[in-house]
Design a protein around this ligand. Structure first.
Ligand code: PAN
Ligand code: ZN
Length: 192
C-alpha cells in the first residue's frame, strides 16, 4: 500500500508498535555488537546466552525524498553489554544540514549527540520530552531504564543516513551504568 495522500497511523506508546508501517527493522547483538566498547562482553553474551534483540524501528510508509517528512518509532529494549547500556548504531545524516526531532513516548533513555569537531552533548529523554537534533550532529540513543525506551522521530525526506562515519570513528563518549546510575565516560575505543 502506498499512502501518498493524507493519512494517519496509530502508535502504541508502551510497545512502540506503529500501524500501518512500511517495515520493521530488527537489530540484534550479533548484527551490531561492534558498537559496544566491551568486546569481551559481546562475545561472552553471544556464547553463553545466544543472540538478543537490542532495538527495533517501525518505519512509516512515507517516501524518503525531498519535501516529505518520514517518521518512525524506535524501541530500545532494556539491557547492558558489560557496563554499557543498550543503544542504537548512531549516524550522521548524509546531508549534514538536515535536522531531526525526537519525542519520548515511554521508558527512559539518553540521546547522545556528537559533531564533527568531536563535541558531545547528551539529552535526557522520557515520555513527553522533545529533543532537537540540529544539523551536523550525529545521534544515538540508549535505554537507561528497566523497560523498553520508546521514542518517535521525524526527519527531512532527503536527509539520508551515513552510518559509515560513526562505524569508523565511534562516539567520543560512552554511557555506562555505575552503581545503577548512567554516567558518561570517555570511550576507550574512540579513534580520532
Ligand atoms: C532514527 C534512527 C533510529 C535507529 O529514526 O534511525 O532511532 O537508530 P540507527 O538508525 O542509528 O540505527 C533517526 O535518527 N533517523 O534519522
Ligand atoms: Zn537521524
Amino acid at each position: 500500500m502506498s499512502l501518498f495522500g493524507p493519512f494517519a497511523c496509530e502508535i502504541e506508546t508502551r510497545t512502540g508498535a506503529l500501524h500501518p508501517c512500511e517495515q520493521v527493522l530488527r537489530r540484534t547483538l550479533r548484527d551490531i555488537g561492534a558498537i559496544f566498547a566491551d568486546q569481551e562482553a559481546v562475545q561472552r553474551i553471544l556464547s553463553t546466552e545466544g543472540d538478543r534483540l537490542v532495538y527495533e524501528v517501525y518505519v512509516a510508509e512515507v517516501p524518503e525524498r525531498r519535501g516529505h517528512l518520514p517518521y518512525c518509532t524506535t524501541i530500545i529494549y532494556p539491557g547492558q553489554v558489560g557496563d554499557e547500556y543498550h543503544m542504537t548504531k548512531g549516524h550522521y545524516h548524509k546531508k549534514r544540514d538536515r535536522a531531526e526531532v525526537y519525542l519520548g513516548l515511554s521508558g527512559e533513555g539518553y540521546l547522545l549527540l556528537q559533531n564533527e569537531a568531536g563535541d558531545v552533548r547528551v539529552v535526557e529523554m522520557k515520555e513527553g520530552i522533545v529533543a532537537y537534533v540540529p544539523p551536523g550532529w550525529a545521534h544515538r540513543t540508549a535505554n537507561t531504564g528497566d523497560v523498553p525506551f520508546v521514542f518517535f522521530a521525524v526527519y527531512p525526506g532527503d536527509a539520508g543516513h551515513d552510518y559509515g562515519t560513526i562505524e569508523a570513528v565511534g562516539f567520543a563518549k560512552i554511557l555506562v551504568a555505575q552503581a545503577g546510575q548512567p554516567v558518561l565516560k570517555d570511550n576507550p575505543r574512540w579513534c580520532r
